[in-house]
Design a binder for this molecule. Structure first.
Ligand code: ATP
Length: 306
């Protein structure tokens, strides 16, 4: 029986500027995606029919992840099978290291990993550009999970251009108890901003300069997320988590995407450890993860899942 293993990173939006709702129900965004070292692993094995199983790494609850055809990894495998005239006979085992419904695009990471793994398992041999086109059809964040690094996103977030970013940034993530629904957070954002004239979403020059310079202080000062007030209104506890990180002198903090995971930027690895200890002691979150970014996009790995 043959197996292929792919790992895909989580994303953080360093900037997320959100416009008003479009006629198709989506929102126009201008965002800076940043891939960070929290990973989901998808193992694709020959099987009969399309089957999905899920397990969580320590601190990652997987309740609510569907194991039927609605799982984004299953949808990716089905789409690739349709595209290549293949029967979708594959068992996808997902090991989640990315918080579920946490605003870190774990489902999108699994879709990207399933595309790459099934492409290899079935010898489909699609070019990266063709995989990227399939990815965009699966969800706004899936193309970035393929690409990784740091990138500007426009449209729904699916139109990407790489950003010139220097250096490496140390992050601490506070994982919340339970997730937040992305559509519910966008709806709350619309309610909070009702009647306001919204400017066209754009990313600040200060953020682009901070990335070019690889300067964590400058980056910390330019982090911004238009969805943060909405996420905090739905989950007031997040304000305490943000305060706990500020007490540890984080260079900057923000809710990741639609939340409820909160990201804190540290000066270096040692400072990240201090922040992680402070956050754990504060009792304001379920678990704490330390990692860095940017990291590469989805990739195949040899042998057993990491
Ligand atoms: P979004 O990417 O929509 O911003 P998110 O990053 O907050 O969402 P995800 O972990 O991607 O959160 O999951 C959102 C929802 O998608 C889950 O609650 C679950 O119902 C569904 N889902 C479908 N497939 C997956 C998957 N492979 N992993 C996690 N959730 C999945």
């Amino acid at each position: 029986m043959s197996s292929v293993v792919a790992v895909a990173p989580a994303k953080l939006n360093l900037a997320l500027a959100v416009g008003g709702p479009r006629s198709d129900g989506f929102h126009e965004v201008a965002t800076v995606y940043h891939a960070v070292g929290l990973y989901d692993t998808v193992t694709a094995t020959d099987g009969e029919g399309l089957r999905v199983t899920v397990e969580g790494e320590k601190g990652i609850a997987v309740e609510g992840v569907p194991t039927d055809a609605s799982n984004l990894a299953a949808r990716a495998a089905q789409l690739l099978a349709d595209r290549s005239g293949q029967e979708p006979d594959v068992h996808l085992h997902i090991r989640k290291g990315i918080p579920v419904a946490g605003g870190m695009a774990g489902g999108s990471a699994d879709a990207a990993a399933a595309l790459l793994a099934c492409d290899a398992l079935w010898g489909t041999g699609l070019a990266r550009a063709e995989l990227a086109a399939l990815a965009a059809g699966l969800g706004s964040d899936v193309p970035f999970a393929l690409l990784g690094g740091t990138a500007l996103g426009h449209g729904r977030g699916e139109h990407l251009s790489p950003v010139l970013a220097r250096g490496r940034f140390d992050w601490v993530f506070a994982v919340a108890d339970g997730g937040l629904s992305t559509p519910a957070v966008y709806a709350a954002c619309d309610r909070l901003r009702e009647g306001r004239v919204l400017p066209e979403p754009r990313v600040s020059d200060a953020m682009m300069a901070a990335l070019r310079a690889g300067d964590p202080e400058q980056l910390g000062a330019s982090l911004v997320n238009d969805l943060q007030p909405a996420a905090c209104s739905l989950r007031p506890q997040l304000r305490q988590t943000l305060e706990a990180g500020a007490d540890c002198d984080a260079l900057g903090s923000l809710v990741s995407g639609s939340g409820p995971t909160v990201a804190f930027l540290a000066r270096d690895g040692e400072h990240a450890l201090d922040i992680a200890v402070g956050l754990s002691a504060s009792g304001t979150c379920r678990s704490v993860k330390r990692t860095h970014g940017p990291v590469g996009g989805v990739r195949l790995v040899e042998g057993e899942p990491a």
